[in-house]
Design a binder for this molecule. Structure first.
Ligand code: SAM
Ligand code: SF4
Length: 333
């Protein structure tokens, strides 16, 4: 079997798979109401979590089957020691074109210099409000000012920044327009992600994409579809008259984003998940720890790609009960 770096890997539905989201920890310094309970959770035993060297090996195998973009996520990736060294080695892996980070940004300012030095290409910052009290309510933390400072530092360092907000009924409705205003003077993408009925998210009420869109048009004027490409994901982007940046929507639930899905997910314990919503997974840790080489991991990756379902099934069969058991801090968002 040959190892190729420019090949296109397609799944059973003809979708090109070139993007791997890598969760490096299930731990987090925040407790977002839709993600992690206030008392925390029982962390995965240390021995169960992949070392960063093992994770790097899996990234190299992924590159050999056509993955060129890696997103580092968690839990909160910046609580994992050695993250910048890991990012440097993934960035230097043959076939990998971009390495980006999804973070709550509380610690981003502390690590920014070393991340930039390691070659990070962009950061996605999760920020659901511009109100310090609402931030405390949503995250259980006083880190709001640190997040704002980190965001400014990331932009000043010249990194591409996307900000992600999950609109939730009765929680941060008043923040939708002020958050969008961040993109007025800054060349950044402000994205609204529909709350998914996974884990604690299943107990909250999402604000549908259509409503967020309408609120924004009422306040800001017409949102015009933007055809250019921004990033690797399932977001659709819009331009607003007078705005330097773009507004994006990730409508996981009301418009299935599965048709263009290009991704795989690796959990911190080495389970490769072909779909966020599916129970299917391939245990790459067993292969890596059993002495499997890059070719063996690549073979398992190919098999996992073929397990990708056509679309997610958030609300089918059991009304979503099955998904309440899933945890975004383990799957990596
Ligand atoms: N801790 C990092 C952060 O918050 O950016 C990375 C991991 S977090 C699980 C990744 C993303 O998942 C965040 O943008 C978060 O808002 C989103 N997320 C978590 N639970 C969600 C849910 N139930 N529905 C929609 N998005 C969710
Ligand atoms: Fe932590 Fe991110 Fe989950 Fe919030 S969304 S609790 S920051 S992992």
């Amino acid at each position: 079997m040959s190892v190729g770096y420019n090949l296109l890997m397609r799944d059973g539905f003809g979708r090109t798979i070139d993007y791997l989201r890598v969760s490096v920890t299930d731990k987090c310094n925040l407790r977002c109401i839709y993600c992690m309970p206030p008392e925390g959770v029982e962390w995965m035993p240390h021995s169960e979590v992949l070392t960063l060297e093992e994770t790097q090996k899996i990234c190299a195998a992924a590159a050999s089957v056509g993955v060129s973009k890696i997103k580092v996520t968690g839990g909160e990736p910046l609580v994992r020691r050695g993250l910048s060294t890991f990012i440097r080695s993934v960035k230097g892996t043959r076939g990998i074109e971009s390495v980006t980070l999804t973070t709550n940004a509380v610690l981003l300012g502390d690590f920014l210099d070393e991340l930039v030095d390691a070659g990070i290409d962009a950061v996605n910052i999760s920020l659901d409000t511009l109100n310090a009290d609402v931030f405390r309510y949503i995250t259980g933390s006083d880190g709001f000012e640190r997040v704002l400072r980190s965001m400014g530092m990331a932009r000043a360092a010249g990194l591409a920044v996307k900000v992600n907000c999950v609109p939730i009924r009765g929680v941060n409705e008043a923040d939708i327009v002020p958050l969008a205003e961040l993109a007025r003077h800054e060349q950044m993408a402000m994205r609204f992600i529909e709350l998914m009925p996974l884990g604690l998210g299943a107990n909250l009420v999402p604000i549908p994409h259509a409503e967020t869109f309408e609120r924004l048009e009422r306040a800001l004027g017409v949102l015009r579809p933007f055809d250019g490409r921004l990033g690797n994901g399932p977001a659709s982007y819009y331009s607003v008259e007078g705005f330097a940046g773009k507004i994006g929507f990730i409508s996981a639930v009301s418009h299935s984003f599965c048709g263009g899905c290009n991704r795989l997910r690796l959990t911190g314990t080495g389970l490769l998940k072909p779909c966020l919503a599916s129970d299917a997974g391939v245990d790459l840790k067993a292969i890596v720890r059993g002495g499997g080489d890059i070719l063996a991991i690549a073979g398992a990756l190919r098999a996992a790609i073929m397990l990708k379902p056509m679309r997610h099934d958030f609300y089918r069969n059991d009304g979503g009960k099955r998904h309440k058991k899933k945890n975004m801090f383990r799957i990596g968002g």
